[in-house]
Design a protein around this ligand. Structure first.
Ligand SMILES: N[C@@H](CCC(=O)N[C@@H](CS)C(=O)NCC(=O)O)C(=O)O
Length: 219
């Protein structure tokens, strides 16, 4: 039986999980969730009900990074695994630091920028400028290499690009003329990739009675 992934198409956490699964050619059963109407099967698991969540037999991975690390350990493509998650301890610390900064420092500003009409204490511009601190760092890094850790894509890139995409989408005109040319090129390469088209394919909300849907779909 395939592992089960509860997912939501536009969720940046779910996008990074699906992108990693696809990159490592791991097929799962996809259950597309409507956040306002979560399926009973997900609620019945108890505890966290956020997406993405992966069920592998009796094991449950209820955080996107847990899913990414499960996929890395499950894959038999060692050459690719060692590119996505290099064995060098310094590189690993750097990757985790970037991901942690993204999730804990950048994401809160992204939410405020995206929903500035709900966070009325400050202006949209204020929130954008707070988020830009991260964009500046990313852009400086990408001025010297195509990916955050150098010549090869790692889980730092996969784990961060969906959040930058959301930030860019709040005011596309602003982003397109912003000074972050390296970051734009990096983001565009992801968004225009064939993998991203597969990752973003639309699926109807999952229902218990439906036929199994696989991700990625077999071609
Ligand atoms: N830290 C979690 C965050 C996941 C998360 O917040 N997902 C959002 C969708 S983007 C969600 O499920 N929201 C619904 C809820 O909080 O009930 C992860 O890395 O997977």
């Amino acid at each position: 039986m395939a592992s089960i992934l509860y997912s939501f198409r536009r969720c940046p956490y779910a996008i990074r999980a699906r992108y990693t699964l696809l990159s490592l050619s791991i097929t799962v059963e996809l259950r597309e969730v409507v956040l306002k109407n979560k399926p009973k099967a997900l609620l019945d698991l108890g505890g966290r009900t956020t997406v993405p969540q992966l069920l592998v037999g009796n094991e449950r991975y209820s955080e996107s990074l847990d899913i990414i690390f499960w996929a890395l350990s499950f894959s038999t493509n060692q050459a690719l695994v060692s590119k996505l998650w290099p064995s060098n301890p310094n590189t690993r610390v750097k990757i985790m630091t970037w991901l942690s900064f993204n999730d804990h420092c950048f994401k809160p500003w992204l939410d405020r920028y995206k929903y500035a009409d709900r966070y009325t204490e400050q202006s949209e511009r204020y929130y954008r400028e707070k988020g830009e601190r991260f964009l500046r760092r990313l852009d400086a890094r990408l001025a010297n290499s195509p990916y955050l850790m150098g010549e090869h894509i790692t889980i730092a890139d996969i784990g961060i690009f969906p959040f930058v995409r959301q930030f860019a989408g709040v005011n596309r005109e602003w982003f397109e003329q912003s000074r972050y040319a390296h970051l734009r090129a990096w983001l565009n390469a992801f968004v225009e990739s064939e993998s991203f088209q597969i990752v973003m394919k639309k699926f109807p909300a999952w229902e218990e009675s439906q036929q199994v849907t696989y991700f990625p779909e077999s071609s």
